[in-house]
Design a binder for this molecule. Structure first.
Ligand code: HEM
Length: 431
């Protein structure tokens, strides 16, 4: 949806006593985003997200100091070298997803149908993020009914509904219409699950530390009979997982719920094994000056689940749609994938390396172009901390502003609208 309010430059809306302003001109957005002292997160974030399972996670954290400290602790856990180690999980979950999509394409009578892939992709994204953020596998793609999956879906739906219907910002209406009760129930389930994972990971970490310390002291006293044991591997759950090699699938699946993820050593990185966001936070606690409480960790884990799954799933679906609408670009993208991986006949099932993925430049452009046309999170809410001049207007202190990356005045959007939203990867990177 695009607003053609170019003659205004700014839109205004009163929600009871709350003033919400929509600045449209890019230069207005620049003014507002450029001065962090004059803007903070919109207070509606605390009201809508703070009361949800996300609690005081990064998105809804209103205290600037706490936000800064938490950002400092969390940012290194999203370092590129860490993200690269997530590739095996992405690959494994993608294969499960592919299998499910293929089955859906063929009906029992052999007829080929085009299924709605959105729910399947969303579940795939859910389990990918869960495995990489929490370090546990609930096999969400096969286990849609898992209480945490249902609770997260419920919470996400309530948040989106509350954001879409401004009258639900009234706590009274939110409660009278039954949303509050539903939100409390989903919050309880999300919190219980996440807290149990934190407890489990903490005890896993303590046990490994004790084992390591035990071995170190044996080494020191010369009593060690396994001098060749590489203790650095003790923290690499690849070893741990390998010990399950002969366990039957059922036990393996069950154990997978409680042990860390299978890991892969990536050649291109210094990171010898995959560690989830939670494992990294727990490990770094000893060296970090600042610490997060278990409640902070919980809220940020749930925030990552919320922020990551719907956005990436929506982007993936829209990318597929764009490729379907533009067969010429689809052919070009597929050819590139075949060139890099050798085509279906050469598929040896190996986990794609980071270097291989980096060669997929056409695909990269298609995804970027899709997110430019259809950003999965097209608006951000901010609140003014001071009276601020914006163009010919003054935004009074405490005004909420809605900033949109769907810039209705930029020439590119006009071009897109006028050309019926044509996907045009070459316009990126000046090709
Ligand atoms: C296409 C994918 C994505 C899009 C379009 C997107 C978009 C955004 C936007 C617009 C914000 C700012 C929200 C605001 O301040 O009002 C944001 C924040 C955030 N996103 Fe994403 N996101 C994406 C993927 C992800 C993923 C995969 C994760 C994690 C796994 C993630 C985690 C976060 C977190 C934690 C924040 C809060 C940052 C902070 O306030 O310090 N996002 N995202």
């Amino acid at each position: 949806m695009y607003f053609r309010w170019s003659w205004l430059g700014v839109g205004r809306l009163w929600l009871w006593d709350i003033l919400v302003v929509f600045p449209f001109r890019p230069e207005y957005l620049e003014t507002l985003l450029g001065d962090v002292k004059k803007v903070q997160k919109a207070k509606e974030y605390r009201q809508v997200l703070g009361s949800s399972p996300l609690g005081g996670g990064l998105i809804s954290q209103m205290d600037d100091n706490i936000w800064r400290i938490h950002r400092k602790i969390i940012t290194p856990t999203f370092h590129f070298n860490v993200l690269k180690t997530y590739i095996p999980v992405f690959h494994e979950e993608s294969l499960i997803l592919l299998n499910k999509v293929e089955k859906k394409f063929t009906q029992d009578d052999g007829k080929v149908v085009v299924p709605n892939v959105n729910p399947l992709i969303t579940l795939g994204a859910f389990n990918m993020i869960l495995r990489n953020a929490f370090g546990v596998n609930i096999h969400a793609q096969k286990n849609e009914g898992h209480s945490f999956v249902s609770a997260m879906y419920e919470a996400t739906e309530i948040i989106q509904t509350r954001m879409s219907y401004p009258w639900l910002l009234s706590d009274l209406l939110f409660s009278l219409l039954g949303y509050k009760k539903r939100q409390e129930e989903s919050t309880r389930t999300c919190h219980e699950f996440t807290e149990s994972v934190i407890r489990q990971k903490r005890s896993e970490y303590r046990r490994k530390q004790q084992q390591k310390e035990g071995r170190d002291s044996q080494l020191v006293s010369g009593l060690n009979t396994h001098a060749n044991t590489d203790t650095s591997k003790e923290n690499c759950p690849m070893e741990f997982d390998n010990r399950l090699g002969h366990a039957n699938d059922e036990i393996r699946d069950e154990m997978n719920n409680y042990i860390a993820e299978p890991k892969q050593v990536t050649q291109e990185t210094n990171v010898s094994c995959h560690k989830s966001f939670l494992e990294l936070i727990i490990e770094n606690e000893e060296s970090d000056e600042d610490k997060m409480s278990d409640q902070d960790i919980r809220d940020n884990m749930i925030t990552i689940m919320f922020a990551g799954q719907d956005t990436t799933a929506t982007t993936n679906c829209l990318t597929l749609l764009m490729l379907a609408l533009h067969p010429d670009i689809q052919t070009q993208t597929l050819k590139e994938i075949d060139d890099v991986f050798g085509g279906p006949s050469a598929d040896d099932g190996h986990v794609p390396t980071y270097a291989e993925i980096m060669q997929l430049q056409c695909l990269d452009r298609v995804i970027k172009e899709t997110t430019r046309l259809y950003p999965a999170a097209p608006v951000m809410g901010r609140g003014m901390t001071h009276d601020t001049p914006v163009g010919p207007y003054v935004l009074p202190k405490n005004t909420s502003v809605v900033l949109s990356s769907l810039d209705p005045l930029s020439p590119s959007i006009h071009k897109v609208m006028d050309s019926l939203e044509i996907l045009n990867p070459p316009i990126l990177h000046g090709l």
